[in-house]
Each structure stands twice: as C-alpha cells, then as structure tokens.
Write a protein of this length. Structure first.
Length: 94
C-alpha cells in the first residue's frame, strides 16, 4: 500500500508538547456538555478517488455522493476542533 503525503503526518507529529499552561489550555476544546478534551491531529486515509475537496459549495448532491462519507468524517472532526490532514491512499492488489 502506498500512502500520499506521509511527510505531512511526520511534520504534525514532530511538534513537542507545550510546557506553558496557557498554550496547553489552548490545545483543549470544550464539548457541548462542558467537558474539555484534548485536540487531536488526525490523518484521514481515503482512496485516491474519494479525497474530498476543501469545500463542497456549488457542488450538486450527485457530485458529492461519491465522497460523502469522507466529507462527513473530515468536516465533523474539524468542527470538533481537531487538526485534520486528509491523505490519498492507493492499493495495488496482486
């Protein structure tokens, strides 16, 4: 399996945790019920044909249908405050 843009994942994971309390609190989000949770860096692996565009504005439902699930996952993670890095994967079966 070959995955695109693994360098991006490496650059995301290379940042060191903050020792500054103010910066550390900025890396947390507040849920609807008031609980706090840690923001995550998430790489979403998608088939190369199903990586959604940055925005679906102006696309018809028929145009969005092939990557609807991927779009829903990525947009929900972003709305929750997580850092999301979509990446295309190709698989060659022999």
């Amino acid at each position: 399996m070959e995955c695109g843009d693994l360098r991006r994942l490496n650059s995301l994971s290379e940042s060191k945790p903050s020792t500054n309390k103010k910066k550390a609190s900025a890396s947390r989000s507040v849920a609807k019920n008031g609980d706090t949770f840690k923001k995550l860096r998430v790489m979403v692996l998608c088939h190369e044909d199903l990586v959604p565009p940055e925005t679906i504005d102006g696309l018809t439902p028929k145009e969005v249908a092939p990557f609807k699930t991927e779009w829903d996952v990525i947009s929900t993670l972003k709305k929750m405050g997580h850092e999301v890095a979509p990446s295309a994967c190709t698989t060659t079966w022999v």
